[in-house]
Design a protein around this ligand. Structure first.
Ligand SMILES: Cc1cc2nc3c(=O)[nH]c(=O)nc-3n(C[C@H](O)[C@H](O)[C@H](O)COP(=O)(O)OP(=O)(O)OC[C@H]3O[C@@H](n4cnc5c(N)ncnc54)[C@H](O)[C@@H]3O)c2cc1C
Length: 451
């Protein structure tokens, strides 16, 4: 027999930044809220772990940038310290044999072309872009191949845009979905950049600490950990939400989950076809974030920053992830799309050897023998199922896209995948929570005025 709880105004499902943000806004507006989280911790895709010597490792999201106002507001509110991403020395740009310290002019020209197209996309309504249908029906890969740039430039840009931003292959997202993502961040430079861009700043103590501050601000009883939601029975005035151990009722529900997990809840009645279809068509990306732990940042002795971007090799990107004051130095690498899927299938020892071999190509022999090697498999995480975030599959943004955040009776949708600003980022998660909370408040007000 499931234990029953008192009726609430709103149940929020998922205590990542989206769910925590929505809960915070609703409580401030005087609503009673129950926040249900499957894991034994908050933060979702923000997950910080410490090595035995105290070195901070952000296994999930880590960077924040200067135009990400909502996450910056929280950082300031909680007095959380930040530090600039270390960039001492030159980056390595491996164009497939040719090793440079900045991308060639052709890369800039192609990025500029992409940016110009993204300017034609309104993030709130990508399906209204002048060539929306045509752009949705071709993949980013097929569009790239039709440009006049060299094969290496195309390969490099495909890897840093589709891999580095959408965590997939350029054949996995449409041109329209890719442009929408870029437009939601205000352009490609804010996305790819360090100074002035999304990779500018890191959070001392790790990104999860901000989520923990938000959770510790909640009145007792609001947050319930270790409560995976299994079903949502809903109507036009209220809903019943069942977890593995309890049943809850409320006037409204906010589902603040990655779409691929929202699709696994049992809705009764079944969701309308467009809403269900939108969830089905937004799979999570595939990325592996790997960390090599060294006693010192030896790459700096060679005048290298630890930042690399490559047109070839298993690691599309690396970065110096050493926290200020160490104690250990951290070189982090990213593997994306098909390469991530194939690498993940190999045994750990082999993955480690392949990754370190590539780090040695980029930064010399010392990279081959770190003190430690740490991976975290987001694709294998039951309550995430892939990263960094989900994207609509080609040909579906125009048709199913609007349904991704259209409420169904009393059920509302949040999560970074529903964001129109900084989609895929902490900031997008927070703005989606804010939007969903505002929607719920308005609909509760309407209900009161009708009664
Ligand atoms: C490796 C990696 C690197 C990234 N890098 C960055 C970065 O540098 N900067 C940045 O801004 N963003 C980055 N991101 C993306 C960022 O982490 C996400 O956009 C953001 O954290 C998503 O927040 P969310 O609340 O929408 O979803 P989530 O964080 O996924 O929260 C959803 C919550 O729902 C819970 N849940 C799932 N199923 C159920 C269920 N059935 N019942 C109850 N609860 C459930 C989950 O446990 C989770 O806590 C990265 C992500 C990853 C994984």
């Amino acid at each position: 027999m499931l234990e029953r709880h008192r009726h609430h105004d709103v149940i929020v499902i998922g205590a990542g930044f989206a769910g925590l943000g929505a809960t915070r806004d609703l409580l401030r507006a005087g609503a009673s809220v129950q926040l249900l989280e499957a894991r034994g911790r908050v933060g979702g895709r923000a997950f910080t772990r410490y090595l035995s010597d105290g070195t901070q490792l952000d296994l999930g999201g880590q960077w924040i940038g200067p135009t990400q106002e909502l996450i910056l507001e929280l950082v300031e509110h909680y007095g959380v310290e930040t530090y600039p991403t270390p960039r001492i020395g030159d980056p390595v740009v491996d164009m497939g044999g040719e090793r440079l310290t900045s991308p060639p002019a052709e890369v800039d020209a192609l990025l500029e072309d992409i940016d110009l197209l993204a300017l034609q996309v309104t993030p709130e309504r990508p399906w209204d872009a002048p060539e929306a249908r045509a752009w949705d029906q071709q993949t980013f890969a097929s569009w790239l191949v039709g440009t006049e740039y060299s094969e290496t430039t195309i390969r490099y840009v495909a890897r840093i845009v589709s891999g580095g931003l959408l965590a997939g292959a350029p054949s996995e997202a449409s041109l329209l979905e890719t442009l929408f993502y870029i437009a939601s961040a205000g352009g490609i430079r804010p996305l790819l950049g360090y100074e002035g861009g999304a990779q500018q700043t890191r959070i001392t103590g790790g990104a999860q600490i901000v989520a923990e501050h938000m959770a510790s601000d909640l009145p007792p009883g609001v947050l319930r950990l270790n409560e995976p939601v299994t079903s949502v029975e809903y109507g036009s005035t209220d809903a019943r939400v069942t977890t593995t151990t309890h049943a809850y009722t409320a006037d409204r529900v906010i589902v603040a989950l990655p779409p691929t997990l929202a699709a696994r809840l049992r809705f009764d009645p079944a969701l309308p076809p467009l809403n269900d279809g939108a969830l089905q068509r937004t799979p999570a990306g595939s990325a592996l974030k790997v960390h090599a732990i060294h006693s010192e940042p030896f790459w700096r002795d060679q005048g290298l920053s630890g930042v690399s971007t490559s047109a070839t090799g298993v690691l599309t990107e690396t970065v110096d992830n050493t926290p200020p004051g160490g104690p250990s130095a951290v070189l982090t690498g990213f593997v994306y799309g098909e390469e991530a899927v194939l690498l993940r299938a190999r045994p750990l020892e082999e993955r480690r050897r392949i990754v370190l071999e590539r780090m040695a190509d980029l930064f010399g022999d010392r990279a081959r023998s770190p003190e430690d090697y740490v991976e975290f498999d987001w694709m294998g995480e039951q309550w995430t199922r892939g990263c960094f975030s989900g994207h609509m599959v080609p040909g579906t943004t125009v048709t199913f896209g609007p349904a991704l955040r259209t409420p169904v009776e009393v059920v509302h949708w949040a999560g970074t995948e529903t964001a129109t600003r900084w989609n895929g980022y902490f900031d997008g998660a927070l703005s989606s929570g804010r939007r969903a909370a505002a929607e719920v408040r308005a609909s509760l007000d309407d209900q009161v005025s009708e009664e």
